[in-house]
Design a protein around this ligand. Structure first.
Ligand SMILES: Nc1ncnc2c1ncn2[C@@H]1O[C@H](COP(=O)(O)OP(=O)(O)OP(=O)(O)O)[C@@H](O)[C@H]1O
Length: 240
Protein backbone atom coordinates (compact mmCIF):
# COMPACT_ATOMS: atom_id res chain seq x y z
CA UNK A 1 0.00 0.00 0.00
CA UNK A 2 1.29 3.43 -0.98
CA UNK A 3 -0.12 6.40 0.92
CA UNK A 4 0.53 10.11 0.75
CA UNK A 5 -0.95 12.47 3.26
CA UNK A 6 -0.93 16.26 2.82
CA UNK A 7 2.27 16.11 0.80
CA UNK A 8 3.93 19.30 -0.41
CA UNK A 9 7.23 19.42 -2.25
CA UNK A 10 9.16 22.55 -3.15
CA UNK A 11 12.42 22.48 -5.07
CA UNK A 12 12.71 26.20 -4.50
CA UNK A 13 11.19 28.52 -1.91
CA UNK A 14 7.81 29.97 -2.90
CA UNK A 15 7.07 27.46 -5.64
CA UNK A 16 5.53 24.04 -5.10
CA UNK A 17 6.12 21.15 -7.47
CA UNK A 18 3.50 19.21 -5.48
CA UNK A 19 0.71 20.68 -3.34
CA UNK A 20 -1.47 18.91 -0.80
CA UNK A 21 -1.26 15.44 -2.33
CA UNK A 22 -3.49 12.85 -0.67
CA UNK A 23 -3.65 9.43 -2.20
CA UNK A 24 -3.87 5.77 -1.45
CA UNK A 25 -2.77 3.06 -3.87
CA UNK A 26 -3.74 -0.36 -2.51
CA UNK A 27 -1.37 -3.32 -2.73
CA UNK A 28 -1.68 -5.10 -6.06
CA UNK A 29 -3.20 -2.11 -7.82
CA UNK A 30 -2.21 -0.79 -11.27
CA UNK A 31 -2.44 2.97 -11.54
CA UNK A 32 -1.54 5.53 -14.18
CA UNK A 33 -0.27 8.93 -13.16
CA UNK A 34 -0.91 11.52 -15.82
CA UNK A 35 -0.75 15.26 -16.44
CA UNK A 36 1.05 17.70 -18.68
CA UNK A 37 4.78 18.20 -18.76
CA UNK A 38 5.85 19.81 -15.49
CA UNK A 39 2.70 18.69 -13.65
CA UNK A 40 4.76 16.83 -11.04
CA UNK A 41 4.59 13.18 -12.17
CA UNK A 42 8.32 12.40 -11.86
CA UNK A 43 8.45 14.26 -8.55
CA UNK A 44 5.62 12.14 -7.16
CA UNK A 45 7.31 8.94 -8.31
CA UNK A 46 10.58 10.03 -6.70
CA UNK A 47 8.78 10.36 -3.38
CA UNK A 48 7.68 6.71 -3.66
CA UNK A 49 11.22 5.40 -4.07
CA UNK A 50 12.59 7.87 -1.54
CA UNK A 51 14.75 9.79 -3.97
CA UNK A 52 13.09 12.91 -2.54
CA UNK A 53 11.52 13.61 0.82
CA UNK A 54 8.48 15.85 1.04
CA UNK A 55 8.87 19.42 2.23
CA UNK A 56 5.72 18.76 4.28
CA UNK A 57 3.43 15.78 4.77
CA UNK A 58 3.93 12.04 4.90
CA UNK A 59 4.65 9.22 2.48
CA UNK A 60 4.04 5.68 3.66
CA UNK A 61 4.88 2.36 2.01
CA UNK A 62 3.19 -0.59 3.71
CA UNK A 63 2.74 1.57 6.79
CA UNK A 64 6.40 2.61 6.96
CA UNK A 65 6.76 6.37 7.12
CA UNK A 66 9.47 7.25 4.57
CA UNK A 67 9.94 10.71 6.01
CA UNK A 68 11.38 8.99 9.08
CA UNK A 69 13.77 6.68 7.27
CA UNK A 70 17.44 7.31 7.79
CA UNK A 71 19.75 7.43 4.74
CA UNK A 72 21.07 4.00 5.63
CA UNK A 73 17.55 2.50 5.56
CA UNK A 74 16.80 3.72 2.03
CA UNK A 75 18.66 0.91 0.17
CA UNK A 76 16.57 -1.68 2.03
CA UNK A 77 13.36 0.04 0.92
CA UNK A 78 14.61 0.24 -2.66
CA UNK A 79 15.12 -3.52 -2.81
CA UNK A 80 11.36 -3.91 -2.81
CA UNK A 81 10.77 -1.24 -5.46
CA UNK A 82 11.66 -1.67 -9.12
CA UNK A 83 12.21 1.63 -10.92
CA UNK A 84 12.15 2.27 -14.68
CA UNK A 85 13.64 5.70 -15.31
CA UNK A 86 12.60 8.06 -18.09
CA UNK A 87 16.07 7.77 -19.67
CA UNK A 88 16.50 4.05 -18.78
CA UNK A 89 19.81 4.69 -16.91
CA UNK A 90 21.48 1.58 -18.34
CA UNK A 91 25.24 1.23 -17.94
CA UNK A 92 26.55 1.70 -21.50
CA UNK A 93 29.74 -0.32 -21.11
CA UNK A 94 28.12 -3.33 -19.47
CA UNK A 95 26.26 -6.14 -21.22
CA UNK A 96 22.53 -6.70 -20.89
CA UNK A 97 23.31 -9.58 -18.53
CA UNK A 98 25.46 -7.34 -16.32
CA UNK A 99 22.91 -4.51 -16.34
CA UNK A 100 20.13 -6.79 -15.14
CA UNK A 101 22.34 -8.81 -12.77
CA UNK A 102 23.04 -5.69 -10.68
CA UNK A 103 19.63 -5.95 -8.99
CA UNK A 104 20.39 -9.49 -7.77
CA UNK A 105 24.05 -8.81 -6.91
CA UNK A 106 23.03 -6.21 -4.32
CA UNK A 107 20.69 -8.81 -2.84
CA UNK A 108 23.66 -11.18 -2.43
CA UNK A 109 22.60 -13.81 -4.98
CA UNK A 110 25.19 -16.32 -6.22
CA UNK A 111 26.57 -16.08 -9.75
CA UNK A 112 24.95 -19.25 -11.08
CA UNK A 113 21.47 -18.33 -9.77
CA UNK A 114 21.87 -14.83 -11.16
CA UNK A 115 22.67 -16.23 -14.61
CA UNK A 116 19.57 -18.45 -14.59
CA UNK A 117 17.24 -15.78 -13.26
CA UNK A 118 18.47 -13.10 -15.69
CA UNK A 119 18.10 -15.44 -18.65
CA UNK A 120 14.58 -16.29 -17.51
CA UNK A 121 13.46 -12.65 -17.23
CA UNK A 122 15.07 -11.73 -20.57
CA UNK A 123 13.14 -14.60 -22.14
CA UNK A 124 9.94 -13.21 -20.62
CA UNK A 125 10.81 -9.89 -22.24
CA UNK A 126 11.63 -11.57 -25.56
CA UNK A 127 15.23 -10.33 -25.66
CA UNK A 128 17.22 -13.34 -24.43
CA UNK A 129 19.22 -13.30 -27.67
CA UNK A 130 20.61 -9.87 -26.63
CA UNK A 131 22.07 -11.10 -23.35
CA UNK A 132 25.67 -10.33 -24.32
CA UNK A 133 24.99 -7.09 -26.22
CA UNK A 134 25.74 -3.66 -24.79
CA UNK A 135 22.83 -1.16 -24.57
CA UNK A 136 24.07 1.10 -27.37
CA UNK A 137 23.67 -1.78 -29.82
CA UNK A 138 19.99 -2.13 -28.93
CA UNK A 139 16.89 -0.38 -30.26
CA UNK A 140 14.91 1.98 -27.98
CA UNK A 141 12.28 -0.71 -27.39
CA UNK A 142 14.94 -3.28 -26.51
CA UNK A 143 16.67 -0.87 -24.13
CA UNK A 144 13.34 -0.24 -22.46
CA UNK A 145 12.85 -3.98 -22.00
CA UNK A 146 16.31 -4.28 -20.41
CA UNK A 147 15.38 -1.49 -18.01
CA UNK A 148 12.15 -3.34 -17.23
CA UNK A 149 14.00 -6.62 -16.77
CA UNK A 150 16.36 -4.94 -14.30
CA UNK A 151 13.40 -3.49 -12.39
CA UNK A 152 11.38 -6.73 -12.34
CA UNK A 153 13.99 -9.47 -12.01
CA UNK A 154 13.48 -9.84 -8.24
CA UNK A 155 9.65 -9.65 -8.41
CA UNK A 156 9.47 -6.34 -6.50
CA UNK A 157 6.50 -5.39 -4.36
CA UNK A 158 6.16 -2.13 -6.30
CA UNK A 159 7.09 -1.16 -9.85
CA UNK A 160 7.41 2.54 -10.63
CA UNK A 161 7.88 3.58 -14.27
CA UNK A 162 8.41 7.09 -15.60
CA UNK A 163 7.16 7.61 -19.20
CA UNK A 164 8.04 4.04 -20.14
CA UNK A 165 6.49 4.20 -23.59
CA UNK A 166 7.79 7.66 -24.49
CA UNK A 167 9.63 7.07 -27.76
CA UNK A 168 8.23 3.70 -28.67
CA UNK A 169 6.09 2.70 -31.63
CA UNK A 170 2.64 1.19 -31.08
CA UNK A 171 3.87 -2.39 -31.24
CA UNK A 172 6.53 -1.79 -28.59
CA UNK A 173 4.07 0.16 -26.43
CA UNK A 174 1.74 -2.83 -26.46
CA UNK A 175 4.59 -5.17 -25.56
CA UNK A 176 5.68 -2.98 -22.63
CA UNK A 177 2.11 -2.66 -21.37
CA UNK A 178 1.59 -6.40 -21.41
CA UNK A 179 4.78 -6.78 -19.36
CA UNK A 180 3.31 -4.37 -16.78
CA UNK A 181 0.05 -6.32 -16.74
CA UNK A 182 1.90 -9.59 -16.28
CA UNK A 183 3.95 -8.13 -13.40
CA UNK A 184 0.73 -6.84 -11.87
CA UNK A 185 -0.88 -10.28 -12.22
CA UNK A 186 2.09 -11.70 -10.31
CA UNK A 187 1.22 -9.37 -7.42
CA UNK A 188 3.39 -6.31 -8.07
CA UNK A 189 1.75 -2.93 -7.46
CA UNK A 190 2.35 -0.91 -10.64
CA UNK A 191 2.52 2.89 -10.88
CA UNK A 192 3.17 4.29 -14.36
CA UNK A 193 3.61 7.99 -15.17
CA UNK A 194 2.59 8.82 -18.71
CA UNK A 195 1.03 11.61 -20.71
CA UNK A 196 0.12 9.16 -23.47
CA UNK A 197 -3.66 9.24 -23.46
CA UNK A 198 -3.96 6.29 -25.83
CA UNK A 199 -1.92 4.08 -23.52
CA UNK A 200 -4.20 5.03 -20.64
CA UNK A 201 -7.42 4.55 -22.59
CA UNK A 202 -6.39 1.17 -23.97
CA UNK A 203 -5.35 -0.14 -20.57
CA UNK A 204 -8.58 0.33 -18.58
CA UNK A 205 -6.75 1.02 -15.33
CA UNK A 206 -7.15 3.68 -12.72
CA UNK A 207 -5.81 7.16 -13.34
CA UNK A 208 -4.48 9.84 -11.01
CA UNK A 209 -4.25 13.16 -12.82
CA UNK A 210 -1.94 15.96 -11.76
CA UNK A 211 -2.27 19.57 -12.80
CA UNK A 212 0.35 22.07 -11.65
CA UNK A 213 1.33 19.82 -8.77
CA UNK A 214 -2.17 19.08 -7.49
CA UNK A 215 -4.41 16.06 -7.99
CA UNK A 216 -7.47 16.92 -10.07
CA UNK A 217 -10.56 14.88 -10.78
CA UNK A 218 -11.01 13.95 -14.39
CA UNK A 219 -14.12 11.80 -14.77
CA UNK A 220 -13.39 11.18 -18.45
CA UNK A 221 -10.04 9.69 -17.62
CA UNK A 222 -11.05 7.70 -14.59
CA UNK A 223 -11.67 4.08 -15.45
CA UNK A 224 -13.27 1.39 -13.31
CA UNK A 225 -15.62 1.48 -10.36
CA UNK A 226 -12.92 1.87 -7.71
CA UNK A 227 -11.33 4.82 -9.50
CA UNK A 228 -11.85 7.45 -6.85
CA UNK A 229 -10.06 5.34 -4.28
CA UNK A 230 -6.75 6.37 -5.80
CA UNK A 231 -7.38 9.98 -4.91
CA UNK A 232 -9.23 9.28 -1.72
CA UNK A 233 -8.65 11.77 1.04
CA UNK A 234 -8.01 9.63 4.03
CA UNK A 235 -5.86 9.96 7.09
CA UNK A 236 -3.49 6.98 7.05
CA UNK A 237 -2.40 4.98 10.06
CA UNK A 238 0.96 6.56 10.61
CA UNK A 239 3.60 4.35 12.22
CA UNK A 240 5.83 6.40 14.40
N1 LIG B 1 15.60 19.28 -9.70
C1 LIG B 1 14.71 20.25 -9.85
N2 LIG B 1 14.98 21.51 -9.44
C2 LIG B 1 14.06 22.51 -9.55
N3 LIG B 1 12.83 22.34 -10.09
C3 LIG B 1 12.52 21.11 -10.53
C4 LIG B 1 13.42 20.00 -10.44
N4 LIG B 1 12.82 18.90 -10.94
C5 LIG B 1 11.60 19.29 -11.35
N5 LIG B 1 11.40 20.61 -11.09
C6 LIG B 1 10.18 21.39 -11.37
O1 LIG B 1 9.11 20.75 -10.68
C7 LIG B 1 7.94 20.73 -11.49
C8 LIG B 1 7.46 19.29 -11.68
O2 LIG B 1 8.46 18.60 -12.45
P1 LIG B 1 8.31 17.05 -12.79
O3 LIG B 1 9.59 16.65 -13.46
O4 LIG B 1 7.89 16.31 -11.61
O5 LIG B 1 7.12 17.08 -13.86
P2 LIG B 1 6.59 15.95 -14.84
O6 LIG B 1 5.11 15.97 -14.77
O7 LIG B 1 7.27 14.66 -14.54
O8 LIG B 1 7.09 16.49 -16.25
P3 LIG B 1 7.52 15.69 -17.60
O9 LIG B 1 6.26 15.06 -18.12
O10 LIG B 1 8.02 16.77 -18.50
O11 LIG B 1 8.57 14.68 -17.21
C9 LIG B 1 8.29 21.44 -12.78
O12 LIG B 1 7.88 22.78 -12.68
C10 LIG B 1 9.80 21.35 -12.82
O13 LIG B 1 10.35 22.45 -13.53
Amino acid sequence: MIQMHNVFLSYQPESSALSDINLKIPKGDFVFLTGQSGAGKSTLLKLIYADLTPTRGQVLIDGVNLTRLSRSQVPLLRRSIGVVFQDYKLLPNRTVLENVAITLEVLGWGKRDIGKKVYHILKRMGIEDKINATPLRLSGGEQQRVALARALVNDPKILVADEPTGNLDDENKEAILSIFKEANNRGTTVVVATHDRRVIENSHRRVIRLDKGAIVDTPDLFVGQAATEATMLEVPDVQE
